[in-house]
Ligand binder design. Structure first.
Ligand code: ZN
Length: 57
């Protein structure tokens, strides 16, 4: 973070970070025989749903 960044630019950076994490979550949380391969919850699991929501923004 730089001192010259405007609030808008800071938000854009935060959003970019959220998206990167969401992509990582979606790569780990994949369906496996009706369940999530990562956390074992019924597919789609909460974390995958949250990640999808973030990517919709
Ligand atoms: Zn999961």
């Amino acid at each position: 973070m730089t001192s010259t960044a405007s609030p808008r630019e800071e938000w854009g950076t935060s959003l970019e970070r959220y998206r990167e994490r969401a992509v990582a979550v979606l790569e780990a949380h994949v369906p496996a025989t009706g369940r999530c391969a990562e956390c074992g919850d019924a597919w789609p699991c909460d974390r995958a749903c949250c990640a999808e929501f973030v990517l919709e923004l």
